[in-house]
Design a binder for this molecule. Structure first.
Ligand SMILES: NC(=O)c1ccc[n+]([C@@H]2O[C@H](COP(=O)([O-])OP(=O)(O)OC[C@H]3O[C@@H](n4cnc5c(N)ncnc54)[C@H](OP(=O)(O)O)[C@@H]3O)[C@@H](O)[C@H]2O)c1
Length: 268
């Protein structure tokens, strides 16, 4: 059973030399799970940072995602092979479908079977999905079988706790990965989170991350600042009590910030 480190690093927007240095800094702080995507233009930086860190490849868990423009079966496998070349450290640990194809414009079976084929070819250890609602998770299970998908990466933070999707995932023993877990930094100034964070001697961001992990999710916050990388890393040491958990649960207000035209019909 492959274990995915619960606290990872997002790399959206961390392009160029500065982005690579931020990823390298995160590896120095202790992060061992890095999230990239074909569409982020950070795959090369992730590979560079891992090589420059001197860490054994086996110690860093790398996720990448097949872009929605590459789902067609004529392009899918080439795009995965191109990602592996760009990252340049061998197979990845987790390969995700970044967005499902809206209204099956690209047939669902085609790209999901291509994903499974990428795993069979050894391009990735695990496979998963992103931005999938329950109805597509059901289809995935019917097509590939139960337990084949390692995670569904979706927007989850204290203001968008995705209660319906979370309940569904729990019923299937499927782990969700919370993207944008800090609501793009907004949680840092939240009074409830600040109060709870003060009690535990950490930042409000660390309290938010500790909450999401206690709810059973993986988290992939992004930061280019060493101070914030370290503050977020402290989430690993925070144990929230039942009262803290209840207070943060009450912050949910269904606030979704990523909802492009290509988005599916969400559960929450
Ligand atoms: N699958 C998908 O469709 C999808 C969609 C969106 C995102 N993602 C993934 O999820 C990752 C995280 O999402 P995100 O980067 O959009 O948002 P996020 O992690 O919620 O927030 C990042 C922002 O928060 C700030 N920040 C970080 N730590 C902080 C702290 N301790 N105190 C105050 N501010 C802090 C960062 O600024 P500084 O740099 O100044 O610290 C940055 O502006 C992405 O990088 C990407 O890998 C996936």
């Amino acid at each position: 059973m492959v274990e995915i480190p619960k606290l990872g690093l997002g790399t959206y927007g961390r392009t160029g030399e500065n982005g690579m240095l931020a990823i390298l800094k995160a590896l120095e702080v202790g992060y061992r799970h890095i999230d990239t995507a074909q569409s982020y233009d950070t795959e090369a930086s992730v590979g560079d940072a891992v090589r420059r860190s001197g860490l054994p490849r086996s110690e860093v868990f790398i996720t990448t995602k097949v872009a929605d423009t590459q789902l067609d079966k004529s392009r899918f496998m080439d795009s995965v092979e191109h990602s592996l070349e760009t990252i340049g450290v061998g197979p990845v640990d987790l390969l995700l479908i970044h967005w499902p194809s809206k209204n099956d414009a690209i047939p669902f079976e085609d790209y999901m079977l291509a994903l499974a084929e990428a795993q069979r070819r050894g391009h990735t250890r695990l496979i998963g999905v992103s931005n999938f609602p329950g109805v597509l998770l059901e289809r995935t299970e019917r097509l590939l079988g139960p337990g084949v998908i390692a995670t569904n990466q979706v927007e989850i933070h204290p203001y968008m706790q995705a209660p319906k999707l979370t309940a569904y995932a729990r019923s299937k023993d499927l782990t969700l990965t919370a993207y944008q877990p800090l609501c793009r930094g907004a949680v840092a100034s939240d009074p409830v989170l600040r109060r709870i964070a003060d009690k535990h001697g950490v930042s409000a961001s660390a309290a938010a991350l500790a909450f999401l992990v206690a709810e059973g999710h993986l988290v992939i916050p992004a930061s280019a600042s060493e101070a914030n990388l370290r503050a977020n890393w402290q989430a690993r040491d925070v144990i929230l009590d039942a009262e803290d958990m209840q207070a943060i649960r009450a912050l949910h207000r269904g606030e979704r910030s990523i909802n492009p035209e290509k988005a599916p019909i969400w559960d929450d």
